[in-house]
Structure formats: C-alpha cells, structure tokens
Design a protein around this ligand. Structure first.
Ligand code: GDP
Length: 391
C-alpha cells in the first residue's frame, strides 16, 4: 500500500520546513503539495542561484523526483508560468516531472482583485494573492477546477465568474484579464493533469509537503486569523485523496521560539527590545511582503496540541542558533492563554553547549516525541540528523 510521510509546521508557519523537505525529498519517488496556494515561499539555492518557489513543490530540484500539486491546492496559472519559466532558465525541464491534480482549483485575476478592493483581508494578514477568494469560490461551488480548462466554454466560465465578482464592487475599476493568465492556461494545457486517486497509488511512497502551520488551519487554528485551507494531516487526506492508514511518519517542524504574521491571539508574545532583537537576529520578516513577524517564546501548550491533532511522530527543531547568547530562555509550560505560565531554562552560547542539549531533552520530555533533526543555521549544510530520518 502507498506510504505517506508528511512534513508540516507546528506553529503559525515560517518554521523553516524547507530544510527537512530538502533532506527528505530525494528518498521519495513523489513529493506532493496538498494544500494552500502561491503564498508559500521556499527559497532554495540551485547551482549557486537563488530561486523562490511559491507553489511548485521543492522536490523539483531533485532530478529523480516527481512533483505533484495536489487537489487541495488553489493554483495561480500566472505564477505557475513564471515559476516554470524561471526553472527553465536554470536549465531544468519542470514539465517532465510536474503533475497537477485535476481537481485543484484555479486562482483567477479577479480573486487577486477582490483582495485589493476589499479591506477585509488586511487585519487577518492575508498575502493578497487571491488565495482566500479562490477557496471561498471553491466552497461556494462556483469555483473553477483545473479540469474546467478542457471545457469548450472555459473562457466564458472565467468571464462569468469575473463579472459576478465585479458586480459586487460596481464603483471599482474592473481589472482586464491579462494575457499572461491565458498564457498560464495554455501552459497548464501542456502539463500532465491527473486524477490523483488513480495516479498516486502507483507509487510506493510519497512525501507530503505542507505550507503554513497547524495554528493557521482553517478549522483547528486560531480562527478567524487563519489561512483558507487545512494545514494539518486532515489536509493531506483530503488534498491527496489518501486513506488515513497510509500515513506513516509525520515530521513536525518547530522553531525554538514562536512567530506569527498579522493579528490574532499570541499568548507567549514578547514586546520591546527582546522582540526587536529576535526579529533582527532571526530575520523575522516576510520574504515578499517585508512585514515584520511578531515574536514570542516557545509555547509547549500549543505545541502539544499541534502534535496531538496531527499525530506527529518526529520533531525537527529550527532556529535555535538565533537564541544563542541569551542568559536564559523561557518556555510556556502551562496556564491559560490569557495567563500563561513559564519554565525558565538556562540559555546557551552555542549549539554544542550542554544547556542546549538540556533544552532538547526538556522538549522531548514535555512532548513525548523525539527530535530527529536540528537545523543549526540558515544554510543548507547547517543541518544535524540525530536519528535515521526515514525507515
Ligand atoms: P517555511 O516557511 O517553513 O517553509 O520556511 P523556510 O524553509 O522558507 O525558512 C524560512 C527562513 O528561515 C529561510 O530564510 C531559512 O534560511 C531560515 N532558516 C531555516 N532554518 C534556520 C535555522 O536553523 N537558523 C536560522 N538562523 N535560519 C534558518
């Protein structure tokens, strides 16, 4: 039977999932994104050149790996066009290894337009890429799945949905549908579109690559300050049409502290100088928006919840290097969200400091889950495996 291993974030996203995906991807015949849209921003270096992928799975840089954009996604044809062109410029032929779930939904230009004419998204921190409105149309059952591009009246369907939304904001300048959208659709027509429930079980194993984090899940997260999809294991089942029994390892990624973008509850938030220090040291600002992320201490109450609902089997810890030099480190271990209580642990000067080992042991004891790997810095090679990753 198909084996599904999962990498997902345990906080509010930006945990540093890229490295574990990179370390694992080459071991699987298929890497699949299961949810979200082009707001995920994996920065990768390929032959010394920097490339940011927003929706194509990071597995595309591993020559033997097939990449699936699963049914759970909302997909922007214009972004896809730019990404494919960018990869071709690097000498890659992404169309040879890229597969697209025919039930993924399309982000239309009007979905981005909607976010620019309505202020609703501002407070909840949306990235204004049309993702929320595309999911809203999907659930309102008026959205356009990828397979709609085969319909003879596809162009009319796009125009109809565009007109429907434009009519809601009659005093706003409508946006003409740009040529690049239709070019993106032409590209989609040349790519392999598959029925995921038939295609995926042909392989022995798949690595499911999550974006954002558990606390942003549309159901399980801190609603309404959440994303529009299921960032949890539930999203894997629905987004890739796989049965629960297929799930094996669930790699949960956590930062040694916590960050969140935009408004919403944040029990362990730090303010003032220390927050500014963390933002600076940890480069805690959005790679495309430039927005500073709010920073706080590690929250083990939230972490235990994220581990529980995802069935996390292994943890990977990132960005502990950012905390180097602090005399002490706080970790929330109890209390309520309004009145959290903390355990204070000795800080560390370097990651070989026994105090850091004590921090790792503390997390493992508090969660009951082993930390299988540690990211020791921003670069690809700064990575330490503490146990064999894939059995
Ligand atoms: P994602 O949103 O969870 O996929 O996060 P990414 O994998 O894109 O990582 C976010 C940023 O954190 C990138 O710029 C990484 O280089 C950086 N990063 C990842 N791990 C570490 C780490 O252990 N230490 C430091 N200082 N930076 C890291």
């Amino acid at each position: 039977m198909l084996r599904v291993d999962v990498v997902l974030g345990l906080q509010w996203g930006d945990e540093g999932k890229g490295k574990i995906v990179d370390a694992l991807a080459g071991r699987y015949p298929v890497v699949a994104r299961f949810q979200g849209g082009p707001n995920a921003g994996h920065t990768l270096y390929y032959n010394g050149q920097k490339i940011v992928l927003h929706q194509i799975p990071a597995g595309i840089f591993h020559p033997a790996v097939l990449c699936l954009m699963g049914d759970g996604l909302v997909l922007d044809p214009e972004v896809l066009l730019r990404e494919v062109q960018g990869l071709r410029a690097l000498g890659l032929a992404p169309e040879e290894r890229l597969y697209i779930g025919e039930r993924a939904h399309l982000i239309l230009p009007v979905h981005r337009w909607l976010e620019s004419v309505s202020e609703e998204g501002e407070k909840i921190g949306t990235t204004r890429r049309g993702i929320g409105p595309a999911y809203a149309d999907r659930y309102a059952r008026r959205g356009l799945p990828v397979h709609a591009i085969e319909a003879p009246d596809f162009r009319r369907q796009v125009q109809r949905l565009t007109a429907y939304h434009e009519a809601r904001f009659p005093d706003r300048e409508p946006l003409p549908i740009p040529d690049t959208f239709w070019e993106g659709i032409e590209l989609l027509r040349t790519l392999r579109r598959v029925r995921v429930s038939e295609w995926l079980p042909r392989f022995p194993a798949v690595l499911a690559e999550g974006s954002q984090g558990t606390l942003l899940d549309i159901f399980a997260g801190t609603y309404p300050y959440v994303t529009s999809s299921h960032t949890t294991v539930a999203g894997v089942l629905a987004g890739l049409s796989v049965p629960a029994q297929a799930i094996r390892e669930v790699y949960g990624v956590l930062k040694a502290y916590t960050t969140r973008v935009g408004e919403g509850p944040f029990p362990t938030e730090i303010h003032g100088e220390l927050a500014a220090w963390l933002q600076e040291r940890g480069q805690e600002k959005g790679s495309t928006t430039g927005r500073l992320r709010r920073c706080g201490w590690l929250d083990l109450v939230a972490l235990r919840y994220a581990i529980q609902i995802n069935g996390v089997t292994r943890l990977t810890l990132t960005k502990a290097d950012v905390l180097c030099g602090l005399p002490e480190v706080k970790v929330r271990t109890g209390g309520t969200d309004d009145a959290p209580t903390y355990t204070t642990l000795p800080g560390w000067q370097s990651l070989s400091d026994p105090a850091f080992q004590a921090f790792l042991t503390f997390i493992e004891e508090q969660t009951g889950v082993p930390i299988c790997a540690i990211s020791t810095g921003p670069h690809r090679h700064e990575w330490l495996e503490r146990m064999p990753l894939s059995s």
